[in-house]
Design a protein around this ligand. Structure first.
Ligand code: PEP
Ligand code: MG
Length: 889
């Protein structure tokens, strides 16, 4: 019989391997079982499987009798392990109920603590704990949480009632509330529930339990969970498990405490215990930022210049036990752990462990350090760093020389710097970002409902919350700079304004954040490009040792080429020559060329462009110092170059001495309804061969000149775009070869070069064998190949593609991550046919997908020779290529 419930902890630790399988019991459940299994102090409990959640949601039915029986048995297990009984008036067992999917999902249901309390059991708890204040405090917490999470009432109702109660009693802090104060608040809370729902707060602990289980299952399909899944590529059919666990209390007086910790510093990767704790508190007090947590170690407290004692100082024994647990967990998991613990009257309990989220910098440092410590091998280190996370390291930081107008300082919650317009809610952030505006989301604190806004924002600033607050954890995961807990910020939503430090701002005003220092500044502050050293270099070296594919770059300016080389590019995979034509100084000649009535007119304009192009190529060859450089001849739709406004026509007329009317007429003749499928790519070369002739001449002249100056001889790869037929390539290769022959004769020097083509039309992929008879290399132009295979405009689809991804029609935007099952087939087929016709033909990819890890994994599978990515993506591609190679082994 399939079991839907697994017990853990105490004497009834399940030995079924499924009880430790994340896919069955979720991440939290698996790790609780794992910790209990290695002898750590875990309060006993049980997990209801994800399968049961999937069944429940699919059938929409009630819980089965067999599930009810299994839960009853598991509950009995907890009861006997802790010597208390669920619902017992004298010695009641209280439980926590938490969701737990395969991967941690902060967008899901929160925890319900203290479940099992009612008007009778609260008295029993007061008796058995010998602490009435604690018991009534626990009860009011329970009603608040249960009403919010399970009954769907607004948590503000309860918070406001508490604030009023404190004010009436003349108290400042929660700790001043006495037993009778909490008891009175409980009555008020219950009245609130009755008033809002028209029925009493449930008193039956079993009804409470099943209500919470149902709420966890339902939360899998909540809007915020769906948003989180979409942003994190989590399949909708995984379901969540439910963990029910005996309560231990961190709020039983001053020998009790609760905390969260990382076994290493998640921001820097340093090997130092890192965390926050609070005496006499329950878990949510730390995370919610209601009270300011204290430091875990003496060193971190002293570094911060803080007064309240660290756990190391205040509870040395429990701390020593905790430190031993840290070491044990790291050795067991061979990975940095993020844990939650509680100390109940001096006794340490472990409530959770999981792989800790970290910044890219920390991920690198930990991976490299752990190899040094012998915990993991090089291969594991390579596989452990998310290539996309490197983005965090590759982005600008604030220029230390730039003037700063510091407003306030908060916590350095997630590194990186960002400037943008202040926005005060997530929807506004999303709206303004969609219009192309850089925005900084400023909130009192964030919650899972804000995720879409956090994603849209360049940076996040919160007034409340610690380093483990929602904003901090989520921003770190997303790689967004974040400053949290910046006291001194007050927000007035009604007037859409805020005060930061001593100054007033309105929504839309620009501020700058430095997530690495916690600084918040007025206006925009200059940034500098990152430099890659130390751990980054080490990991990249390891990656290079393990990857098979080469990594090139898409670049056409010497500056970009230089950056790309610093990032480790091994050549240029795509130099888009048309980008060189947009230069202010040249655009007139380019327009003259395009608008010329005949070949003679075109040649006159091309003669002006030749020396410019030659100089461009010369500079690039210099920087690339003998590495292969793929130069693509002119490609884009001509309309991109045409003048539009009257003033532009007038300016051009003046520059080239042709009347405005003539120019306008000619521009009209060139107008196309669908330029992307129009007179572009090699079609330009076919109709105006003199353009390609000039470009070929310029590049061969430049190559010869560089070689003549004693530089490394360039290896030009001349690439013809948008080829559909063998004949096109044959005709244009002849143009290129002719230019090469002429230049080599003139210069008295012959250089090795190749002529190849892009595969960016379905027909080209299908005819790859024929095309390879002429072409000496292929480069997959997957931008156009995606556009033409899907019949989906590159330029217009952004408006609706989001909906397609949301509805699961595409798993991801196909212009970002290759549509492997569709477009991928054409790539595979073209590679196969190309190789058959020309064994060993060099194959690469230069569409945007060349910098996307999932697409790179596919390229490895098809055994391409290289991927080409934009300069800042080169390190990502290097790491992804290594991971792909290792995955295939
Ligand atoms: C492509 O189509 O994939 C490509 C690299 O060329 P472009 O983006 O310049 O059209
Ligand atoms: Mg293209």
């Amino acid at each position: 019989m399939t079991s839907y419930v697994f017990t853990f902890g105490g004497s009834a630790q399940s030995d079924d391997p499924r009880s430790r399988d994340k896919t069955v019991v979720g991440g939290k459940g698996a790790n609780l079982a794992e910790m209990a299994g290695i002898g750590l102090p875990v309060p006993p409990g049980f997990t209801i499987t994800t399968e049961e959640c999937v069944r429940y949601l699919a059938e929409g039915s009630d819980f089965s009798d067999s599930l009810r029986a299994e839960v009853a048995a598991a509950l009995a297990h907890i009861e006997s392990a802790v010597g208390k009984a669920f619902g017992d008036h004298a010695n009641p067992l209280l439980v926590s109920v938490r969701s737990g999917a395969r991967v941690s999902m902060p967008g899901m249901m929160d925890t319900v603590l203290n479940l099992g309390l009612n008007d009778r059991t609260v008295e029993g708890l007061a008796q058995s704990a010998g602490d009435a204040r604690f018991a009534w405090d626990s009860y009011r917490r329970f009603i608040h949480m249960y009403s919010d999470v399970v009954l769907g009432l607004d948590h503000h109702l309860f918070e406001d009632a508490l604030e009023i109660a404190k004010e009436d009693a003349g108290y400042y802090a929660d700790v001043e509330m006495q037993a009778e104060d909490w008891q009175a608040l409980v009555s008020e809370y219950k009245a609130l529930v009755e008033q809002e729902l028209g029925q009493a707060f449930p008193q039956d602990p079993h009804e409470q339990l099943w209500g919470a289980i149902r709420a966890v299952f339902d939360s899998w399909d909540s809007d915020r969970a769906k948003v989180y899944r979409r942003l994190n590529d989590i399949p909708g059919d995984w379901g969540t498990a439910v963990n029910v666990q005996a309560m231990v209390f961190g709020n039983m007086g001053d020998t009790s405490a609760t905390g969260v910790a990382f076994t290493r510093d998640p921001a820097t990767g340093e090997r130092a215990y890192y965390g926050e704790w609070l005496i006499n508190a329950q878990g949510e007090d730390v995370v919610a930022g209601i009270r300011t947590p204290q430091y875990l170690t003496r060193q971190s407290r002293e570094r911060a210049g803080a007064k309240p004692l660290s756990m190391e100082e205040a509870m040395p024994e429990a701390f020593a036990e905790l430190a031993a647990v840290f070491d044990l967990l790291e050795k067991h998991y061979r990975e940095m752990q993020d844990i939650e613990f509680t100390v109940e009257r001096g006794k340490l309990w472990m409530l959770q462990t999981r792989t800790g989220k970290r910044t890219a910098k920390a991920a690198l440092k930990m991976a490299v350090d752990m190899v040094g410590e012998g915990l993991i091998d090089e291969r594991t280190a390579i596989l452990r760093v998310d290539p996309m996370a490197l983005d965090q390291l590759l982005h600008p930081t604030l220029d230390p020389e730039a003037p700063r107008d510091l407003l306030v300082k908060g916590l350095p919650a997630s590194p990186g710097a960002a400037s943008g317009a202040v926005v005060l809610d997530a929807d506004t952030a999303e709206k303004r970002a969609a219009m192309g505006e850089a925005v900084i989301l400023v909130r009192v604190e964030t919650s899972p409902e804000d995720i879409h806004g956090m994603h849209a924002a360049k940076g996040i600033l919160t007034a409340r919350g610690g380093m483990t607050s929602h904003a901090a954890v989520v921003a770190r995961g997303m790689g967004r700079p974040c400053v949290s807990g910046a006291a001194g910020i007050s927000i007035d939503i009604a007037s859409r304004s805020l005060r930061i430090g001593a100054r007033d701002f309105r929504e839309g005003d620009v501020i700058t954040l430095d997530g690495s220092t916690g600084d918040v500044m007025a206006g925009e502050v200059r940034t500098i490009e990152p430099e890659l050293v130390g751990d980054f270099g080490t990991l990249m070296e390891w990656a290079d040792r393990h990857r098979r594919m080469k990594v090139r770059t898409n670049a056409e300016t010497p500056a970009d080429c230089r950056v790309a080389r610093q990032f480790g590019a091994e050549g240029i995979g795509l130099c888009r020559t048309e980008h060189m034509f947009f230069d202010d100084k040249r655009i007139a000649a380019v327009r003259q060329m395009i608008l010329a009535e005949d070949e003679k007119g075109r040649r006159a304009a091309l003669a002006k462009l030749l020396p410019e192009q030659r100089a461009d190529f010369h500079a690039i060859f210099d920087v690339m110092a003998g590495l292969p450089v793929t130069i693509r001849l002119l490609d884009p739709p001509l309309h991109e170059f045409l003048p539009h406004a009257d003033a532009e026509f007038e300016e051009l007329s003046e520059a080239i001495g042709i009347g405005v009317d003539t120019l306008k007429r000619r521009a009209g003749e060139l107008y196309e309804f669908n330029p992307m499928l129009g007179h572009r790519g090699c079609r330009l070369g076919i109709t105006f061969p003199e353009i390609y002739e000039m470009q070929a001449r310029a590049l061969f002249e430049a190559a010869c000149d560089v070689a003549a100056q004693g530089g490394e001889a360039p290896v030009p790869e001349v690439m013809i775009p948008l080829v559909a037929t063998r004949k096109e390539l044959e005709l244009l290769k002849a143009v290129v070869d002719k230019a090469a022959g002429e230049v080599f004769a003139e210069k008295g020097r012959t250089l090795h070069y190749q002529v190849g083509t892009m595969i960016e039309l379905p027909r080209a992929a299908l005819m790859a064998d024929k095309i390879a008879e002429v072409g000496e290399f292929f480069s997959f132009g997957t931008n156009d190949l995606t556009q033409t295979t899907l019949g989906l405009s590159r330029d217009d689809s952004a408006k609706f593609l989001g909906v397609y991804v949301e509805k699961g029609i595409f798993p991801r935007d196909p212009f970002v991550s290759l549509d492997i099952e569709g477009v991928g087939q054409l790539v595979e087929l073209a590679a196969e046919r190309g190789r058959k016709a020309r064994p060993g033909i060099k194959l690469g990819i230069c569409g945007e997908h060349g910098g996307d890890p999932a697409s790179i994994a596919f390229c490895e599978k098809v055994a391409l020779d290289y991927v080409s990515a934009s300069p800042f993506r080169v390190p990502i591609a290097r790491l992804a290529a290594a991971q792909a190679a290792l995955a295939g082994k």
